[in-house]
Structures are given as C-alpha cells and as structure tokens.
Write a protein that binds this ligand. Structure first.
Ligand SMILES: [Mn+2]
Length: 471
C-alpha cells in the first residue's frame, strides 16, 4: 500500500471533508431522503452504503437505480437527494429544483467546483485525482459514512472499487482507495494478499480456473485436461487429502510461486517481445478478502463477490444485490441462487450461439460481432469471454440493439490488458469515435462501451477500425 501523501493532496482531502461535512449536516436536518444510484456493481454498492447509513440514522429513504440517460429527467421532493456513481456529467436542474442535492460521483464533472448552483458535489477529479482508479462511487459514499464514524461500512467501499475494476491495470488499489482499505483492515473486515490473478480463488477448482486464465491464448486456454497435466507436472495436487478438488485458496505459498514461475514462462513464450515486461502484472496482484465471510463461497473474495452483484444488476434485480450487501442474504437465498444460475446459463448459451454461427468478423485492427438478441447489459461480458478464443492482439467489439423497441445499438469493447499497458486508451478513443457518429461512449482503457444511432453502426465500426493504431 502506497501511503505517501503530498501537502497539496492533504489540503485537497481536507477540502473534500469540508464538503462531506456540509452534506452530513444536510442529511442530519432531513426528514426524508431520495437516493439515485447507478445500475452497475459500483452503483448498487454505493446505494447499499448510503441506505445502510440512513438506516443507522433512522432516516426514511428510498433507493432508486437509474441509467445514465435517465438522470436528466429525475425529480425529487424529499428534503435531500443523494446521487451516487453518476450525476457529475449530467444536467441536474430538474432534480435539484425542490431538493438539496448531493452528488457522490467519480466520473468527469461538467460543473466547475464552487459553481454548482447549490449542488454539493464530491468528486475526486476536482483535485486532480483520476476517478477511474483513485476512488469509486461506492468509495465516495463510504467517505460520507465515515464522517458519521461508520467505519464498519468500509468493506463495501472495497467491494465497489473492485467491482469498478479500479485495481485492474496495476493489480492493486490506489489513491483514496488505500485510505478505505486501511479503514477496513483496521476494523478487521478486510485482508489483502498478493496472489495469482486467477478468477475464482474460493469457488473454482484450480484446473478450471487455469483453463479460463488471462485474456491471451495459452496452451491451457479452454483445455481442462491440459491444465490437469500442467498441475501434475508442477507437483501440485488436484485434490486435497479429503478428496475435495482444490481451489487457488488451498495452495500454499511455495506451490503458488511454482505456479507463478511456470505461468510466467508460458506467457512469455506466447506474447511478442515488447509485451514481455508486462507479463508479471497479468499473473499476480493484490486480492481482497472479507474476513467475516465463509471460505469457499463467492462472497469471500471481492472480485467474485462483485460478479454476484453484477449478475443482479444485469438482470435488473438491483434489490437482490442490495439485500446481499446489506446482510439480508438469508431471506433471498433461493431467489438469488436461481438468478445467478440462470445468468451463467444465459452467458454460456449466448457465447456458444455466437461461436457456432461463426459471427466474428475480423478487420485489420479489430474484430467484431453482432450479438443479435443478446441483452445489451451482457454484450461486454460476452466480448471479454470471446477474446481468448480469437486474436487477443486486437480488441473484440460486440454490439446489440438497446433494450425495448428503441432504435440504436449498445456497443462494448474488451481487449487484453497488454494493449492498455502499451498505451492505448480505448475508452477515450471510443468516446471520440462515438461522438463523430452521433452517439456517446467512454470507459476504461481496456473495457468500454458506446451508444450508437441505428443507421451509423457500420460507420462507427469502420471509423474505429481506422482510428486504432496497433504497434
Ligand atoms: Mn463507478
């Protein structure tokens, strides 16, 4: 954890606390509060933090999950309106007309600090801190709860940061996220360890986790038998003494370091020379665990936990996600299990449909598919899953019709982190190209998306293809 803080940063942090205290006083004076929050894992977690905060204060409130394009039309007549994980980039005149409005967002703001028309805006970008990795919407919501000394909500700030992929590029949390991490470790709710970046540390048999490993194609990719041989050759048992199949969390340090070195060798062979220096970052990084959760459940590891919340969000069952986070898991267990199972089945089916129909078009600088009938909320997930089966050196773009009978396409792009390390920021590129095509877009360097008008989709694909300069 990097804890060096400059004098300037310290002043900025103090200023942020002044605004948070202002927000705190407005909340303490309020009889009722409306929460608007985003529909992704960060947004659902942010809503859960704010709702937990208001529960503790015994203030009446509602939580509403909204998409970015709905923000302009939001209205509220409660004393206070809290908007988290969105709002910074949107017009808030209709919502702020009759209600004291507090925005906790980490996206680039359109209103200058101190000229917010009475809106209290807490946003890291005002202080030169990049909101894509220094703090999440949920993290900002926790910083508000922290002014009330509710440190026990800090673990949720870690969940939202990981769900927002804030640690994606460097393999660890940075910026204000480290303050939240420190709080959550101090209250004993979170532990972090350096580990292999295999997804499913607590729930997936190791040989299966290996078969899905990474975003570049390896001899192990999608080949479970090969993974079993690989582990045997490293003298890493597949099963433990009781006969149960081992997960990554069952390995000792020595086994993990053997696995690390072999993966390093294997990946180094597969990538062009200029990428070799980045390979260790693909294999290991920090993992965050919740101490109060049980082993071998998807709730133990922050990254697996965020998948559950995403599954809720992508099926528009935000209420279930929030119940999970707020600790009412018992009541909704069977409903949640059914949803997660159905979500996984849907992803697998969509994936095999696309592959069977051989729908992937390969252009010079990108590859793309039209996911006809695929839900727009999962087209990015599918693009990511396809990547290692095709050319990982080009981004994978998927598009599908937006929900309902509306015209237009939702586009998602996923690419190997190696392209990001090489300096390409696809979020920025997609934003530019989308706006040239009459749409809007943006996001992270290696995972981003756009909305494109019905008639302009082929222009968008071609223009994007021509705007990408791969080395
Ligand atoms: Mn977010």
């Amino acid at each position: 954890m990097d804890s060096k803080i400059s004098e300037e940063d310290l002043q900025s942090r103090k200023h942020m606390d002044l605004l948070l205290d202002k927000a705190k006083n407005k909340i303490l004076d309020a009889e009722n509060v409306t929460i608007f929050t985003h529909t992704d894992c960060d947004g659902v977690t942010a809503g859960s933090i704010l709702s937990s905060l208001l529960d503790k204060l015994e203030i009446e409130h509602t939580v509403n999950f909204v998409d970015i394009n709905e923000v302009d039309e939001l209205t509220s007549d409660t004393d206070v309106t809290l908007i988290s994980d969105l709002g910074a980039g949107q017009n808030l005149t209709s919502v702020s007309k009759n209600s004291t409005t507090i925005v906790l967002d980490h996206h680039p703001p359109i209103r200058p600090l101190n000229e917010n028309n009475g809106i209290i805006e807490i946003n890291p970008n005002y202080y030169g801190w990049d909101g894509s990795y220094t703090i999440s919407g949920g993290g900002l919501s926790y910083l508000l709860a922290k002014r009330f000394h509710f440190y026990d909500l800090s673990w949720m700030g870690i969940l939202s940061a990981v769900g927002d992929m804030q640690n994606n590029m460097t393999g660890k949390l940075r910026g204000l996220n480290t303050e939240i991490l420190k709080d959550s470790i101090e209250v004993g709710n979170v532990e972090y360890i350096n580990d292999l970046l295999l997804y499913g540390r607590n729930t997936r048999p190791l040989f299966i986790a290996l078969s899905y490993f990474g975003d570049i194609h390896l001899p192990l990719t999608n080949n479970r038998n090969e993974c079993i041989h690989f582990l045997e050759s490293l003298n890493i048992p597949i099963k433990n003494d009781t006969g149960a199949v081992r997960c990554l969390c069952d390995l000792n340090m020595e086994e993990k370091s053997r696995l690390f070195s072999e993966l390093l060798k294997m990946m180094t062979r597969e990538v062009p020379d200029r990428y070799v220096k980045y390979v260790p970052r693909l294999i290991s990084g920090e993992s965050y665990e919740f101490t109060f959760e049980e082993e071998y459940t998807p709730y133990k590891d922050a990254s697996e936990y965020s998948t559950i919340i995403n599954a809720c969000g992508r099926n528009r069952r935000f209420d279930l996600g929030m119940q999970v986070i707020k600790g009412h898991r018992h009541e909704i267990r069977s409903e949640l299990d059914a949803l997660v199972k159905q979500h996984k089945r849907y992803l697998a089916q969509s994936l095999s449909d696309i592959q069977e129909e051989n729908n992937i078009e390969i252009l010079d600088n990108l590859q793309y598919f039209y996911g006809e009938g695929i839900k727009p909320s999962v087209v990015g997930t599918i693009a990511g899953m396809l990547l290692s089966n095709y050319d990982w050196q080009k981004p994978m773009v998927g598009y599908t019709h937006v929900d309902g009978d509306q015209q237009g396409y939702k586009v998602s792009l996923r690419c190997s982190k190696l392209l990001g390390y090489d300096g390409i920021h696809f979020g920025n590129l997609v934003r530019k190209v989308a706006s040239k095509c009459g749409g809007s877009g943006g996001g992270h360097s290696v995972a981003c998306g756009a909305y494109i008008p019905e008639d302009n989709i082929s222009d968008f694909i071609n223009l994007l293809n021509n705007s990408i300069h791969l080395n």
